[in-house]
Design a protein around this ligand. Structure first.
Ligand code: MCA
Ligand code: AMP
Length: 498
């Protein structure tokens, strides 16, 4: 089994077709065909096997976007090894939790990140893997001619991707090859993706938006991809001008940034684009409208989750309704249910339950969490929404107090639990405050004793949490507003300043 066979029929007969362009370390662009990608990934798989990896093992990576991430993904697929992506912005305790839970054989990263990885973890320098992939390691054991791949079927786990629940502790959603394939098929069909598309990839590959939608749609359609290390508002317009993509996936913050484009440039970009897709966080109707005016495109908004990949999407043809995430994708069923699990009539608010080949089977070694989330084959999303009589679904919030900032998820409970361990803090509550660019940002309300120093507290938190989780505002209070039962009334916090 090779890349070309894995993604047949989209890649069959396309060994000499350009597959992607990406940056070399010195910033130049490098182009690879599907055949070259195939050979390189097989060489990497051969090398990984010599390092002891075999079917069912986990291999984590903590890397910004680069060619090696894609080749690692393909090599692991060939070997039946389960990939564990780690957000590059994570710090020690966040990484330690994932490693302690998934127990990967090794973490592939760059040496500068070694200090963030807990002592005792096996680290593999990505540069070594890259040398092996290039075939310059000089080790005959990397002879790909001898290589036999592991057969992988739809139920074979492909990745464990960590996502938090109301507990604030991240759980690993086990996504299978069948989940990724079903998701890619549904999106390719819904969004009309073909081998003639040119996909500009700037979303991080450690989340399912970039990995599950981006990489899988690229391979399963055989289109062309330009991979960038990360979205950069200074460079993004140049990428659009020079690469001339037809397809782009972004989070709302990215679209807010793109609105900075001068009118003429935006029009010219719009002229060669076919489709802009947004997801991971609510796209404000004003952003949708401003973007339509500037770029001449109505952004297509869709809705998904790590556990389910994509569920609902506005249509390619037909109304893309502002504020709505659209209609269920072809192979996904979506129901709106009440607290007792009964389906509610159209127009009434409830929790979205989903079922389909895109939905994961459960959480890594968490039968309790799996049992709580899955009922009779349906997955309870925790998202609250309403279905209109014509089927369009509008999200209205979540059961938990998730904050989404720039498309990254923040669970207040995680920050609150950390604050309570720090000197001088007696009580802490974290809420989201709306922000014109990021959508939401976290704000911390703290009750402390005399020793509490908010500046020192902020510095300690900075050392422990990914930058996007850092509270943007700190408020010191004498008490937190609580109900008679002692539950913090978070909705009253915004009105409190001292
Ligand atoms: C942000 N930063 C990063 C990255 N993204 N650093 C390294 N690599 C990244 N990929 C850091 C910056 O260093 C900076 O840190 C801070 O974030 C803000 O960066 P800035 O340059 O001001 O960026 P921006 O113009 O505000 O844009 C931020 C962004 C980023 C590019 C939109 O938030 C982003 O990539 N979001 C996408 C998240 C995503 O893929 N979510 C999908 C989750 P400092 O503050 O220290 O200076 S999957 C999901 O939700 C479901 C399944 C779904 O439906 O898709
Ligand atoms: P994650 O935990 O990263 O899988 O994030 C999934 C969550 O992102 C969903 O449960 C939703 O709450 C949110 N989300 C994804 N897409 C959208 C969207 N288009 N609009 C609003 N929220 C979204």
């Amino acid at each position: 089994m090779s890349l070309l066979a894995l993604y047949a029929p989209s890649l069959r007969g396309r060994a000499h077709t350009p597959a992607l362009e990406c940056r070399t370390p010195d910033g130049a662009l490098r182009t690879l065909t599907f055949g070259e990608l195939d050979q390189r990934s097989t060489r990497l798989a051969t090398y990984l096997r010599t390092r002891g990896l075999s079917r069912g093992d986990r291999l984590a990576f903590c890397l910004p976007n680069r060619l090696a991430v894609i080749e690692l993904w393909i090599a692991c697929t060939i070997l039946g090894v389960i990939v564990v992506p780690i957000n590059v912005l994570y710090k020690g305790r966040e990484i330690a939790h994932i490693i302690g839970d998934a127990k990967p054989t090794a973490v592939v990263t760059t040496p500068d990140r070694a200090a963030d990885v807990p002592a005792g973890t096996t680290l593999w320098d990505v540069a070594d893997l890259e040398r092996a992939t290039e075939g310059v390691a000089g080790d005959t054991a990397h002879d790909t001619a001898q290589f036999t791949a592991e057969p992988c079927d739809a139920d074979t786990p492909a990745a464990i991707i960590y996502t938090s629940g109301t507990t604030g502790t991240a759980k690993g959603a086990v996504l299978t090859h069948g989940n990724f394939a079903a998701n890619a098929r549904a999106l390719i069909s819904a969004w009309g993706i073909t081998h003639t598309d040119r996909y500009l990839a700037a979303l991080p590959l450690f989340h399912v938006h970039g990995l599950g939608n981006g990489i899988q749609c690229w391979l399963a359609s055989g289109c062309h991809m330009r991979l960038e290390e990360r979205f950069d508002r200074e460079d993004a317009l140049d990428w659009f001008d020079t690469y001339r993509p037809t397809l782009f996936f972004g989070v709302p913050t990215i679209y807010v940034r793109l609105l900075e484009a001068p009118a003429e440039r935006a029009r010219s970009i719009g002229a060669h684009m076919r489709l802009f897709v947004s997801g991971s966080a609510p796209l404000p109707a004003q952003t949708l409208e401003a973007f339509r005016e500037r770029f001449g495109h109505v952004i297509l908004e869709r809705y998904g989750m790590t556990e389910t990949l994509m569920n609902v999407s506005n249509p390619l043809e037909g109304e893309r309704r502002p504020g709505s995430v659209g209609l269920p994708l072809a192979t996904t069923e979506v129901e709106v249910r009440d607290a007792e699990g009964a389906v509610v009539p159209d127009g009434e608010v409830g929790e979205l339950w989903v079922r389909g080949p895109n939905v994961c089977h459960g959480y890594w070694q968490r039968p309790d969490a799996t049992a709580a989330a899955f009922i009779d084959g349906w997955f309870r999303t925790g998202d609250i929404g309403v279905r209109a009589a014509d089927g369009y679904i509008t999200l209205q919030g979540r059961r938990s107090d998730l904050i989404i900032s720039g498309g990254f998820n923040i669970y207040p409970r995680e920050i609150e639990e950390l604050l309570l361990t720090l000197p001088g803090v007696r009580e802490a509550a974290v809420t989201g405050e709306s922000d014109p660019v990021r959508g939401e940002v976290p704000v911390a309300y703290v009750v402390g004793d005399d020793s509490l120093d908010l500046d020192a507290l902020a510095a300690q938190v900075r050392a422990e949490l990914a930058s996007f989780k850092l509270p943007r505002r700190w408020v010191r209070l004498n008490t937190l507003p609580r109900t008679a039962l002692g539950k913090v009334q978070k909705h009253l916090l915004a009105a409190q300043t001292t």
